[in-house]
Design a protein around this ligand. Sequence first.
Ligand code: SAM
Length: 241
Amino acid sequence: MYDPANWLQQQAGQMGIVLSEEQLSQFERYYELLVEWNEKMNLTGITERGAVYEKHFYDSLTVASAVELSAEGTKLADIGSGAGFPSIPLKIAFPTLKITIVDSLAKRIRFLEEVVKQLGLRNVDCVHGRAEDIARLAEHRDRYDVVTARAVARLAGLNELCLPFAKTGGAFVSMKGSDIQEELSESRFSLDKLGAKLTEVKRLELPLEQSERHLVVIAKIGATPKIYPRKAGMPLKSPLV
Ligand code: SAM
């Protein structure tokens, strides 16, 4: 009989990710907390168990098909993580990751701190603030092997929020839905300005729902020029296009 947890384990296996019973319990506890806290605050429009396992958990894990995450000590920053996507599922699946989560909404950060505590996750730093401000701090700037963002903004603006976190030689993986051609061409100028280049666009499909997804993989090829990111609000209000 179909069970979302078994289904996730199988699908993860096809991506080369082996999920133990303990990791499956962490996913299940995360699901329970998501639904429980969603009654008090707006975390997600998706609450049906199978849909959460596919559209949030499975979808988050697909990042592993685009970048290497299993190397010991890999540092990942998730910008605009909301209820924890994609970084919390990635942390459950790849326990050696060192994660920094940045979100401008304090109550979502409080939720994530509770998730981290209840799931017993180590090396997850939940930072409340706008990416534009946090990226100016020396401990976060040009520091991360991998930067992720899902459903935060259009790519041209998002590049300015996310690329300053990536180190030279690191990657930014932007998780997108369908119809991305216009966004991609619109983002070329910002890549140039921010010392980055597009390396791959990976097309995926959610296995059950069959909706289209894209992972836009961007390589950071040089340090972020000092003027970026511009002051909070500017990157999305007036993107580099
Ligand atoms: N990544 C999650 C997901 O896919 O479910 C959440 C997406 S939610 C639509 C966008 C999140 O980005 C929100 O939690 C919002 O608070 C955060 N956000 C928007 N602008 C931001 C900024 N400039 N700096 C940090 N977080 C930001």
